[in-house]
Every structure is written in structure tokens, then in C-alpha cells.
Design a protein around this ligand. Sequence first.
Ligand code: NAP
Length: 252
Amino acid sequence: MQENRLVLITGATSGIGAATARLLARHGFRLILCGRRAHRLENLQEELGGLTPLKTLCFDITRREEVEAAYNSLPPEWQKVDVLINNAGNAHGLDLIHQGQWADWEAMIDLNLKGLLYITRLVVPGMVERGRGHVINLGSIAGQDPYPGGNVYGATKAAVDMLTRGMRMDLYDKGVKVSVIQPGMVKTEFSLVRFKGDEARARAVYEGCDPLLPEDVADLILYMLQAPDRVNLAEVLILPKTQASVRLIAKR
Ligand code: NAP
């Protein structure tokens, strides 16, 4: 497989997206890195720009016009994306259903589902035209295994699973692979976002656990990209050794 494929990663400014950007840059993939935090994108440009051709796009994926404007600002050669990693996503809040906040629910649906669709709709037509491409969606164990307070987040991730299967049916005969990764617990900024910047509460999530690191998921993504073209790792659940379900986590 060519290692100079052009990979667009959403949510590249932290966690799984940033680790994937670093790993793929070292392997010579050309990169388009996306996120809202401009200074982090600038830092990535500085850190990785010497390793591989790289562009950054700063936009809010929940705003369709912004997504379109950012993508359309790319030179035509940079719009020929070979791999789309639909990684941007977060949980907002952990409220029980009767106490949930509208703003949290809307943020998760707009980000995890609508944002994924906005960028996919822009990138995938070119893949179909060229008869090749790979879309990797970031789902979650939470899309299969519900937990108290995980209601809307889990629903958006279940939707990502179903969307992945539907996309595969639309694209399997057009040269485009569609895969989903369902991680268990990964130590990223995920909990900090979920608890709205409450560092103590976010830290407590991982205390005494041995969660996955974002680099572990990046390794999986590289493995998926390096597999022979005939192979599609279509649905991959990746867990820490010490996790058996969302809530069944062995503590030290
Ligand atoms: P993270 O460290 O919080 O990273 C989330 C990324 O999404 C950031 O780069 C953030 O960038 C981007 N993002 C958030 N809102 C955005 C918006 N409105 N527009 C554009 N970009 C936005 O979390 P992570 O753990 O790496 O999460 C990556 C994916 O893995 C998500 O889809 C998540 O649901 C999934 N996942 C995570 C875990 C886990 O335990 N960590 C488990 C299962 C699945 P900006 O803030 O710069 O925009």
C-alpha cells in the first residue's frame, strides 16, 4: 500500500486524532489536520510539517457552512483525500435522562453525528469518482453497551455504528472501504470535555485504571491502513486488557 496517501483527520488537536497524526506523519502519509483550536493546529504544523506534506484546517464541524468553506479552501490536489478519519467527537455531561441539558444533547448530536455527515458528504464523492478510498469512523463501546448517564452519547455512537454499516452498503462496490473503531476507555481529553473542564472529576475517571493510550488507537489505525487493499477491518472493538464492559473495569 502507498504510504503517501492523503489522510484527513477530524479532531486532530488532541487525544486519538493527535496521536494518529503524529504516527501517520512518521510513516509518510500526507495529512490534513482539522480542529477548532488554531494554536494547537499551528503547533502540529510546526512539529510535523518537516516530516510530511501537511495542511491544517480550522473549523467547527458542527457548522455546515464552515465545514464547506474550509474544505473548499483546499487546493484541488489536496481535495483528493484517500483516507477520511471521522474522529472528532465528544461526550457532554453525564446527566440522567430526566435531568439532561438541551445544550449538551444538541452539542453531541451536532458533533458526533451531523458533523461526521457534513465532512463525509464533501470528501466521499471524490473517492467514488476515483474508485478508491477508506473511511474510518470513530464509534465507541458506548454505542453497544449503555450506562447510566450515557444516554444521548451512546445513542450518537450507536448511530455511528449503523451509519458505518449503511455507508459500507452504499460504497462496497465503488472501491471505498468503510470501517468503524469502537474504543473502550482511552485516556484523552474526553473526560475533561465531558465534565466541562473539571480536572479533578476527569482525573478520577482514570484513577487506579490502566486505560488505553491514544497511541494504542493510532497503532490500530496504522495497522488498518497498512492491511492489503482487499482487507477491511470493518468493525474493531479495542479495549484495555482490564476492561470487560463500559463499567466493568479492574482497578489496581
Ligand atoms: P478528545 O481528546 O477530547 O478529542 C476530541 C477532538 O474532537 C479534539 O481534537 C477536538 O478539537 C475535536 N472537536 C470537538 N468538538 C469539535 C467541533 N465542534 N468541531 C471540530 N472539532 C471538534 O477525545 P478523544 O478521546 O481523542 O476522542 C476521539 C474520538 O474517540 C471521539 O469520537 C470519541 O467519541 C471517541 N472515543 C473516545 C473514547 C475515550 O475513552 N476517550 C472512547 C470511545 C470512543 P477542538 O477542540 O480543537 O475542536
